[in-house]
Write a protein of this length. Structure first.
Length: 277
């Protein structure tokens, strides 16, 4: 059982609530869509799933239907009692917390390669990119994600060099993981409907030696390069990268930021004395 649009509206009206624009609340309310999300997530009995922004529990119900162990996180104190009423009978655990300030180690426990966590969520548009990057950086317990985000955001997260959406988030995601858009979702399946289409983005961690100092050096160059993306790198990075570093790294100084792969950025950082740890 999942929630229909009528059921979502009745739950809100019955508690005197309206979707919060400040919290970016657009409740997915289509049984076919939430089951499609659960299917694309590839989860089943015994899997550990964490959902962020569970709202009224429509997606939570679909995740629980798979037999997975579901932990649903919701920040809106007005929704939490309703969410518990809707989903706790399925065995899902409801946590009242803000995902941006949550103690993830306390919630998820130590990383267990034999039983990694999977994040499946309809993320609020206003925090989606920040949250994905924070989780990749700080929550290794989550091995893979399937997130529903604004289409433009999803394309940025998954973009590669040469794509018009390729930018800072694309490179940063690539530091830790591979990402791809695996589906699109129309506004009509939400209550209230947003003004844009949404994307389903699959993100899978890659084995990576995540040295924080090296990462900071690489990201500093990425941010500077894309901060003036229309300029050639020799100009946008003039204050950070000496001219000889381009030849050492095998990167053309005439190139622009959107042409560089993650490996290019890493080589450039390694060839730049001020950027190396």
């Amino acid at each position: 059982m999942t929630l229909s649009p009528t059921a979502v509206r009745e739950l809100l009206a019955g508690h005197g609530l309206q979707p919060s624009r400040a919290l970016g609340q657009n409740f997915v309310a289509d049984p076919n869509t939430v089951r499609r999300v659960a299917r694309l997530a590839g989860i089943g009995p015994g899997d550990r799933v964490v959902e962020i922004g569970a709202g009224l529990g429509s997606l939570t119900l679909a995740l629980a239907e798979t037999g997975a162990d579901v932990t649903a996180v919701e920040t809106d104190r007005h929704l939490v009692p309703i969410l518990r009423t809707v989903v706790e009978a399925t065995g899902a655990t409801v946590v009242h917390a803000d995902a941006l300030t949550l103690d993830w180690d306390d919630l998820l426990g130590p990383a267990d390669p034999a039983r990694p966590w999977v994040l499946v969520a309809n993320l609020p548009y206003n925090i989606a990119t920040l949250l994905v990057l924070d989780l990749l950086a700080d929550v290794p317990q989550i091995d893979r994600m399937l997130v529903m985000v604004q289409l433009e955001v999803g394309e940025r997260l998954a973009a590669t060099p040469g794509d018009k959406s390729y930018g800072i988030p694309s490179v940063k995601v690539a530091w830790w993981a591979g990402a791809q858009v695996v589906g699109k979702v129309p506004p009509t399946v939400f209550v209230p409907p947003p003004r844009v289409d949404s994307a389903l983005v699959e993100i899978r961690r890659r084995p990576v030696a995540d040295d924080a100092a090296t990462r900071a050096a690489v990201f500093a160059l990425v941010e500077a390069g894309f901060g003036q993306r229309r300029k050639m790198l020799r100009r946008s990075l003039a204050e950070l990268v000496p001219a000889e570093a381009f030849a050492t790294a095998g990167v053309r100084p005439e190139a622009r930021a959107e042409e560089l792969t993650l490996d290019d950025w890493c080589r450039l950082a390694a060839a730049t004395p001020a950027a190396t740890p």
